[in-house]
Design a binder for this molecule. Structure first.
Ligand code: UD1
Length: 416
C-alpha cells in the first residue's frame, strides 16, 4: 500500500481530530486495574490500539468495540505475561508492566528493545517499579517480575520520562500509603491517565505538574472515560495547511495542548483564530523562517511535532534551525525530504533547513510514525506527484490520514 499525493493544491475545508494515541494506550493498560468494565470513548482506530486490544485479549480480558467506544471487561483476566510477538509489535506495550504488576503481583514481558527512533531504554521504568516493591530479573531478553510486598515510596526521576511516570502511577495505585513521583512528566496524556485513575476511585493528584502523589488501594469499579484529543494529529493537520497554503478549520481539539506549535505558525505568518475547541488557520502569504525549534519535555516543543514542522518549514523563507533533544535517531525523514528537493544540513542533533526551495513530488518511504507524517506534509506542499510507502508506520498514529486530508481538499489516495 502507498499514499499517492498530488501536491501543490491549496487546502480548504474542515477536519476533525481523533482521540490521543498516547492517552488511550496507557489508559487501556490501566483498565486491568478496574476488575470491572471500562468504557472508553473517543478511542481512535489505530494500529497501536489494535495491538493493545490483542494484548488485553491475551491477558484474558473481554474487549469489544463499537465505533469509537471500546469496552474492556478485565474481571476475567487470567494471564500475567505478554508474548514476545505482541511486545515487539508496539514499543509502548511496556506500560502494561506496571498495570499487570498492580493487578496480579507478577509479570513476564520481553524487553521492548530499541526502535526506529534509536535506543529506547526502560531503566527508569524498572527502577521505579523496584522502588515500589518489585523484584525484577532480566534474563534472556525477558523481564521477570514478582512483587513480594507492595510498598509506597518516593520516585525521583532523573528525566521526566512519560512511560516511566505512567508505569510508576499504575504500580503505585496498588501500594498502600503515599507514593510521590518527583520530576514527573507533565504531558497532557499524564493528566488524562490521572483523570481515568480518579474515576476508578484512586486518590491521585498533581498530574500536569512535576510532583504526582498517589495513595493506592484496590479499585473494583466500572468506569467511563473520554480520551482527550490528539495534540500531535491536530498539529500535523495545521502544519499540512502551512505547507500547502489555504485555509482550514481543525475541529475537536484542545488548543492549549499544542500552543507551542500554533505559536510557531503565528510567528511564521499564518493567521490563526483559536477557539475553545477548534482552530481556524489561514496561510495565504509566504511564510517566514522562525526562531530555533528546540524539542523538550512538555510544556516544551514536542519531539513528535518536530518532523511535520520540519516538513512545513521547507517552504519558509529563510533558514530554520532545529535541535532534537529527546531522541537520537529522529532525523530519518531528512534523507527522504531531500528526494523532494529539500535543502537540509545536519550536524548531530542540529538540523538547518534552508527554506523557500521549490519542492517536487518523489517516491519516498516512511520509516517511523511522525517521520511518515512529515513526508505527507511535504508532499502536500510539493509540485507534482509523491508516492509514500511504509504506511504501517503512519497507521500507528493517524486514523485514515488520506480521508482526513481529502476533507481538506487534498488529492490523496491510498492504493496498492
Ligand atoms: C512517549 C510517547 C512518544 C513521545 C515521547 C516523548 C507514548 C506511547 N509515547 O514515549 O510519542 O515521543 O513520550 O515525548 O506516550 N529514557 C531513558 N530511560 C527510560 C525511559 C526513557 O533514558 O527508562 C529516555 C528516552 O530514551 C528518551 C527520553 O528519556 O530519550 C524520553 O523518553 P520518554 O519520555 O520515556 O518517552 P516514551 O514514554 O517512550
Amino acid at each position: 500500500m502507498i499514499l499517492r499525493i498530488n501536491g501543490g493544491i491549496k487546502l480548504c475545508g474542515s477536519v476533525t481530530v481523533h482521540g490521543a494515541k498516547n492517552s488511550v494506550l496507557p489508559i487501556m493498560a490501566a483498565s486491568i486495574l478496574a476488575e470491572g468494565e471500562s468504557v472508553i470513548h473517543n478511542c481512535p482506530d489505530l494500529r497501536d490500539v489494535d495491538v493493545s486490544i490483542k494484548i488485553l485479549n491475551y491477558l484474558g480480558c473481554c474487549v469489544s468495540r463499537s465505533g469509537s467506544t471500546v469496552t474492556i471487561d478485565s474481571s476475567t483476566m487470567n494471564h500475567s505475561d505478554i508474548p514476545d510477538a505482541l511486545m515487539r509489535e508496539m514499543r509502548s506495550s511496556v506500560v502494561f508492566l506496571g498495570a499487570i504488576l498492580a493487578r496480579t503481583g507478577e509479570a513476564v514481558l520481553s524487553y521492548p528493545g530499541g526502535c526506529e527512533l534509536g535506543p529506547r531504554p526502560i531503566d527508569l521504568h524498572l527502577k521505579a517499579l523496584r522502588t515500589l516493591g518489585a523484584d525484577i530479573e532480566e534474563k534472556g531478553g525477558n523481564i521477570i517480575c514478582k512483587v513480594r510486598e507492595f510498598r509506597s515510596g518516593r520516585i525521583d526521576l532523573p528525566i521526566p520520562s512519560v512511560g516511566a511516570t505512567e508505569n510508576a502511577m499504575l504500580m503505585a495505585s496498588r501500594c498502600r500509603g503515599q507514593t510521590v513521583i518527583t520530576n514527573a512528566a507533565r504531558e497532557p496524556e499524564i493528566e488524562d491517565l490521572q483523570a481515568y485513575l480518579r474515576r476508578l476511585g484512586l486518590n491521585i493528584h498533581g498530574a500536569g505538574t512535576s510532583i504526582i502523589t498517589i495513595e493506592g488501594q484496590p479499585c473494583k469499579k466500572s468506569v467511563e472515560h473520554k480520551i482527550i484529543p490528539d495534540r500531535i494529529v491536530a498539529a500535523t493537520y495545521a502544519l499540512a495547511v502551512a505547507s500547502a497554503g489555504g485555509k482550514a478549520e481543525i475541529l475537536k481539539i484542545e488548543p492549549k495542548h499544542f500552543s507551542t506549535v500554533t505559536d510557531v505558525l503565528s510567528e511564521a505568518g499564518c493567521d490563526l483564530e483559536i477557539r475553545p475547541d477548534s482552530l481556524k488557520i489561514v496561510c495565504e502569504r509566504p511564510l517566514k523562517a522562525v526562531r530555533p525549534i528546540v524539542t523538550a519535555p512538555y510544556p516544551g516543543f514536542p519531539t513528535d511535532a518536530q518532523p511535520p514542522l520540519m516538513a512545513a518549514s521547507l517552504k519558509f523563507e529563510g533558514t530554520t534551525v532545529f535541535v532534537e533533544n529527546i531522541f537520537e535517531n529522529r532525523y530519518r525523514h531528512i534523507s527522504e525530504l531531500r528526494r523532494m528537493g529539500a535543502d537540509i544540513r545536519t550536524e548531530g542533533r542540529v538540523a538547518l533547513i534552508c527554506g523557500r526551495k521549490e519542492l517536487h513530488g518523489a517516491s519516498v518511504e516512511a520509516t517511523d510514525l511522525r517521520g511518515g507524517a512529515a513526508l505527507a506534509v511535504a508532499a502536500l506542499g510539493a509540485i507534482g506527484q509523491s508516492r509514500i510507502s511504509g504506511l504501517k508506520h503512519i497507521d500507528r498514529g493517524y486514523e485514515r490520514l488520506e480521508a482526513a486530508l481529502s476533507n481538506l481538499g487534498a488529492d490523496v489516495v491510498r492504493m496498492e
